[in-house]
Design a protein around this ligand. Sequence first.
Ligand SMILES: Cc1cc2nc3c(=O)[nH]c(=O)nc-3n(C[C@H](O)[C@H](O)[C@H](O)COP(=O)(O)OP(=O)(O)OC[C@H]3O[C@@H](n4cnc5c(N)ncnc54)[C@H](O)[C@@H]3O)c2cc1C
Ligand SMILES: *[C@@H]1O[C@H](CO)[C@@H](O)[C@H](O)[C@H]1NC(C)=O
Ligand SMILES: *[C@@H]1O[C@H](CO)[C@@H](O)[C@H](O)[C@H]1NC(C)=O
Ligand SMILES: *[C@@H]1O[C@H](CO)[C@@H](O)[C@H](O)[C@H]1NC(C)=O
Ligand SMILES: *[C@@H]1O[C@H](CO)[C@@H](O)[C@H](O)[C@H]1NC(C)=O
Ligand SMILES: *[C@@H]1O[C@H](CO)[C@@H](O)[C@H](O)[C@H]1NC(C)=O
Ligand SMILES: *[C@@H]1O[C@H](CO)[C@@H](O)[C@H](O)[C@H]1NC(C)=O
Ligand SMILES: *[C@@H]1O[C@H](CO)[C@@H](O)[C@H](O)[C@H]1NC(C)=O
Length: 587
Amino acid sequence: MVYLLLQGLQLIVAATATTASKHTYCKLTQSCWPPKEIWADLNTTLGGSLILVTPVAEPCYTDPTGTQCANIVNNYENPYFTTGTPGSREYLNFESCGTEQCQIDLLINGTLGTCSLGRLSPYAVNVTKSSHIQLAINFARMYNIKIVVENTGHDLLGRSSAPDSLLIWTHSLKAISYSPKFRIGISATPAFTLGAGVQAFESYTFADSVNMSITGGNCPTVGIAGGWFAGGGHGPFGPLYGLGAEQVLQVKIVTPDGILRTLNSNSVGIENDLFWAVRGGGGGTWGVVTEVTFQAYPKQPFVLVSFSNNIVNPSDNSTKALLTEFVETLASIQSTFAGLKAFGEYYFSPFSIAGIYYVPTEDTVLVENTFAPILKFFSKWENQLTGNSTTIVAFPSFNSLRIAIPDNQIYGFNGVLSSRFIPKNLFANSSTISTMAKALVDGYYINVPDGSPQSQIPAIASIPVTINAGGPLDHTSTTDTASHPAWKDIYWLVTYATGWTKNLADYAELFSTDVSAAANPLRELTPGFGTYFNEADISEPNWQESFFGSNYPKLLEIKKEIDPHGQFSVWKGVGWVSGADSSDYCY
Ligand SMILES: Cc1cc2nc3c(=O)[nH]c(=O)nc-3n(C[C@H](O)[C@H](O)[C@H](O)COP(=O)(O)OP(=O)(O)OC[C@H]3O[C@@H](n4cnc5c(N)ncnc54)[C@H](O)[C@@H]3O)c2cc1C
Ligand SMILES: *[C@@H]1O[C@H](CO)[C@@H](O)[C@H](O)[C@H]1NC(C)=O
Ligand SMILES: *[C@@H]1O[C@H](CO)[C@@H](O)[C@H](O)[C@H]1NC(C)=O
Ligand SMILES: *[C@@H]1O[C@H](CO)[C@@H](O)[C@H](O)[C@H]1NC(C)=O
Ligand SMILES: *[C@@H]1O[C@H](CO)[C@@H](O)[C@H](O)[C@H]1NC(C)=O
Ligand SMILES: *[C@@H]1O[C@H](CO)[C@@H](O)[C@H](O)[C@H]1NC(C)=O
Ligand SMILES: *[C@@H]1O[C@H](CO)[C@@H](O)[C@H](O)[C@H]1NC(C)=O
Ligand SMILES: *[C@@H]1O[C@H](CO)[C@@H](O)[C@H](O)[C@H]1NC(C)=O
């Protein structure tokens, strides 16, 4: 069987070499789709690791009162459960395709209708070794089937699902090790080597156990050796050490030609280019990563600041001024925070304001002083703010901080967002800060206008604006990666989001249109800047420039060389062409 697959590969390569730019894939309903016996053969070749994918909520359609459904309902919002099944994505709209779906709505009990795969893959390869990937790539090429790669399913552009595809699922690659002296050539440095499926919470726990630190994102269930580093990767260590992509010492990847390659700073030729491209040039684009080695750092204490206040009268016409002043207050202390290498996430909606920030120090008094301008803001607005809760606590490591704070991850709904980088020059003085704050807050009210349809349907309309403060700002890294060059010139990444719980055909478009427009005031204010494609708008305009900046032309050249037949295509990823990929019809 292996022999047959490889032989098929040669023929198909010859046949498709001239049709790289347009891809019409075979669909499940067509006669070109391989019959069950062929899939069974593939399964045998794979040593039994082929999974017939069923949507995670299917038991609730077949037996709504059964214990299996009860278990699904209990875990539907729980990412530790849902990231462990290829029949689930963190945002339900990326499981569904138009009205084809298998969602359950936890807010409304109604008729469920028919459960269908939506944009989930009919089959998944549960990868435990690189030969599984090689076989899957060859099989997909032979039968002209779309390939999709999934790790945890967090992708916010829906890039880890595609209809009628063969899923290469890397979740089970959980190996993790620490080497005090990892060598590339003659230089040795402490490093962690992670299988692609290792999630942030697992890497933080492991790093603690050897008294070291590893960089990662703020979300514990994101896969740091999958989409996170491949997109750039921001997080609590960003201001101290730079982007996730900049911590990468070595990557093992199976490229579209089926070759397992080891990429590092000693690589030459196309592998040297590819080592650059995989660090920031996007997931699902260059092949399938099996393992990543990250720089390890000494154990790092942090002081945590966390605060939240409810807004007494959200509809009062002073609320917008309050929110604007909140943003101005945070912006005015940003350069101080940058000097302290602090990482923050701030949230606001007309219902509440909140924030957390982490300062890499043991000096609690120093951090209390940084909070003074925020306290001043609180007291100015004390008649409009209630339920003031503020915490300032020191922790010996990021992992100990992480497990001490509430793990508020909730999924199991439909979600879309938009976002924009905020350049440092907008923090120059009170006049630029007030222009920026106005545009930022205006965006919220575009997303959730009064009387919008969101208020009449089961929407989660109060999803706050998120300001990621920190990123890799002011770090000293000189590592050249493919991550957006704008990261070096920004202080904040702002995101607007909307969520809804019931899948009706029109909703996705409706919400998407509003959330997309929310970023327009900031887009207009920051020409030439862009955003972070790992946290972005599916309908982002001028996506090549916005997502990749000046790196795009070089990335496209590398893409053509490494994936000449366009087997790894993701929505608005490098080499993507609007309308060219027949599997894009669910967007
Ligand atoms: C709640 C939440 C919080 C977040 N917080 C942060 C944050 O703090 N910092 C930050 O930088 N980002 C954050 N993100 C964004 C996150 O980085 C992206 O969603 C990222 O793409 C997730 O990668 P994944 O591998 O976990 O997800 P997946 O959805 O499984 O994959 C993401 C992309 O990578 C590809 N991919 C996955 N595995 C592989 C592989 N082994 N080889 C090749 N390609 C692969 C997929 O095809 C897809 O294109 C957050 C997202 C969410 C939903
Ligand atoms: C693949 O084989 C394994 C082991 O025999 C079996 O458990 C699994 O159900 C098979 N997968 C498919 C899609 O048939
Ligand atoms: C839906 O049904 C469950 C179980 O019967 C019940 O607990 C819940 O309150 C119902 N929800 C609504 C919104 O009616
Ligand atoms: C995937 O493979 C791993 C390792 O063999 C196994 O533990 C796990 O149960 C499999 N997952 C699924 C969904 O089949
Ligand atoms: C980590 O540090 C603690 C406290 O200093 C020590 O007790 C422990 O043995 C160390 N663990 C490792 C793996 O070095
Ligand atoms: C708020 O409303 C009051 C009366 O309802 C009005 O006098 C005032 O000018 C309004 N303020 C703003 C900022 O619009
Ligand atoms: C909010 O809480 C902080 C810390 O407990 C306190 O110092 C401050 O005075 C409070 N501010 C308001 C407006 O209540
Ligand atoms: C504020 O900074 C901007 C951008 O650097 C500059 O153009 C402007 O003149 C400054 N305004 C004031 C009042 O200092």
